[in-house]
Each structure stands twice: as C-alpha cells, then as structure tokens.
Design a protein around this ligand. Structure first.
Ligand code: NCD
Length: 324
C-alpha cells in the first residue's frame, strides 16, 4: 500500500487502510509537534515545494497546509490573489496547472466549481490535493475530522453522529458522511427540509452503511441521543440571493441550554468558520472539540504531504521521515 504520487480528489477513491495510514502517521506527527522545544525531531531542510492555489476564501485549510509544509522543512508558493495572476488575463485552469507543475512538487487547490480539482489533476504532472471543490468534496477536512474523532472517542465506528446545518451545500458533510458510513457509524441528518442532505449522498450513505440516515429538523430532540454532533454553518455564498439566505440564517444555534440536554460524553465538532450556529458560551464546555479539530489540520496535512511525496520510510518497524 503506497500513497506516493497519488492525487487526493475524493476519499471515495481511498481504502479505509489508506485513510488509517494517514491518521496513524498524523499521530506521530502530532506527538513530535507536542514535544518541548529543542526535543522535537529535526525536520531537515527539504528540497520540495508545495503550491497552494486557492480560488475561494480560506484560513485554516491554506494556512495549515503551509504550516505543515514548513514544519516538514519544505517551502510553499502561493497562487492566491487570482486577480493578480494570468487567470485574470483569460488563462485556463489547465494551463495554470501545467505551469504550477513546473514550479512545485505538489499542488493543493480550492475552487468554487465541482470537478475543478479533478480537472486540475488531469492537467498537472505532480500530485494534486483537493482542498474543496464547490459543494462537492473536502477530503482533507474529513481526514482532520476523523483524526480528532478517533483521538477523543478512541474509535471510528459504532458511533451515532448527528450532522447539523446546511447539509445541502456543505462540502465537509458531503465528504464526511460516506466515510462515516463505510466505517460503520449511524448518521442522523438535522436540517430544514430545504437544506436537507441531497439524495445522491443519502443513497450513497445508505448503500455503504446498510442503513438510511434518519432525518429531523429538531436539534433539541436529536441532541439527547448522540455520540457526536457535527455542526456546520449555513453557506451564505451558495444561496441564489441574500434574501434566500436570510430565511435560514440562525436557524440552529447550539447554546448552553441545548448542551444541558446532550449526553455528558457527546462531542461537538465543527469544521469552522462558525458564524452564529454555536454560541461562544459552548467553547468552554469540555465537550467542544472544534478548536482542537482545527489544530489537528497541521499534523494530518504533514502526514498526507509526507506520504504523497514519499518522505516516509519504514525503519525497524517505525516510520521515519525527512532526511535526518
Ligand atoms: C469549510 C469549507 O471550506 O468547506 N471550511 C474549512 O475548510 N474548514 C467549511 C465552511 O466553509 O463552512
């Protein structure tokens, strides 16, 4: 099993063993990052370049990829302000990707169009990682979600997971639900009917888990019986008009009163950014895992980069990376 040279467009193309390989190495990366200064393993300077190409806003994903590459000792170049690049002159995505392949060893792309990452991978001659394509996929967020879930719950299966918010437009949910189903978890969809999980994901989830996800609009009712609550924001930018968005703004707000109805062991996740769907009073609840979840993006992306670039070698049963 090797991830060397592979693209990551959707986790549907990756086996559970391959996903576990990333999570296990991410644990090692997290341990070394947590070591006191001076005791961290030397990440020798790495003669590799990561290109981040973001055509949509991002804080966590872009910067945690950059931080991960720097932690591994490599360098980062960044196509960010698209108005300042040749795309503004009418250059195609494919031509841009051909050029980025000449300047880098690995490309991370975020784009507003579904399928753009696949198109980029076909044009690029270096591996491409999808950092979000429209409402479709966000596989590295799913890996980050699974990392924190496994750390907190000690397992990735047999859990009852509530997905709440804009399940129609949220790509984090579209990526996560099929993997949770494959791992043998039960899914409860909590959304207004207009923002329900689209049929294709419902059917996929049912096919993979053997059980159709339950659907409800009622967060207060659902929260009483969940192992994990995965909150998401209403995706304003994907609504046809601001008026349409206004109808759903603030439809769910997880607050301390709702948390009192939830099990003591329930874990609250959110891919962030949050808008108003989790009240700040919940942040200090020990069940809130979302900032820890975001921090996990660095070791997870370190592991992913190391595996795709072939920086990891098995040495006497344990993994070694870099050229130390
Ligand atoms: C998510 C995204 O871009 O899909 N953000 C992230 O990467 N953590 C979630 C969102 O924008 O709601």
């Amino acid at each position: 099993m090797s991830l060397v040279g592979r693209d990551l467009i959707s986790l549907d193309a990756w086996t559970l063993e391959e996903i576990t390989l990333v999570l296990d190495l991410a644990e090692e990366m997290a341990r070394s990052l947590a070591a006191p200064a001076g005791e961290q393993p030397p990440f020798a300077p790495l003669d590799r370049i990561l290109a981040t190409c973001f055509f949509e806003p991002s804080t966590r994903t872009r910067l945690s990829f950059a931080a991960a590459m720097h932690r591994l000792g490599g360098s980062v170049i960044c196509l960010q302000d698209v108005k300042m690049s040749s795309l503004a002159k009418g250059e195609s995505l494919a031509d841009t990707m051909r050029m980025m392949s000449a300047y880098s060893d690995l490309i991370v792309i975020r784009h507003s169009q579904e399928g753009a990452a696949q198109e980029a991978a076909e044009a690029a001659s270096v591996p491409v990682i999808n950092a979000g394509d429209g409402t479709r996929n966000h596989p590295t967020q799913t890996l980050t979600d699974l990392f924190t879930l496994r750390r907190r719950k000690g397992t990735l299966s047999g859990l009852k997971v509530g997905l709440c918010g804009d399940l129609k437009n949220g790509r984090t949910v579209h990526s996560l639900a099929p993997v949770l189903a494959r791992l043998g978890n039960e899914i409860v969809c909590i959304a207004p009917p207009a923002l329900a999980l689209p049929g294709e994901y419902m059917e996929e989830t049912e096919r993979l888990s053997g059980k159709r996800p339950a659907e409800t609009e009622d967060l207060a009712g659902a929260v009483a019986d969940l192992d994990v609550l995965y909150m998401t924001r209403i995706q304003a930018e994907r609504f046809p008009s601001p008026d349409e968005y206004e109808k759903y703004r603030g439809v769910y707000v997880l607050n301390a009163a709702l948390m009192r109805r939830a099990p003591e062991s329930m874990m609250v996740m959110h891919p962030l950014p949050r808008v108003d769907e989790i009240a700040e009073e919940v942040d200090t609840d020990p069940r809130a895992a979302y900032f820890e979840q975001a921090a996990g993006g660095v070791p997870v992306r370190m592991a992913l980069i190391a595996l795709i670039l072939g920086l990891v070698e098995e040495v006497e049963g344990s993994k070694r990376w870099g050229f130390e």
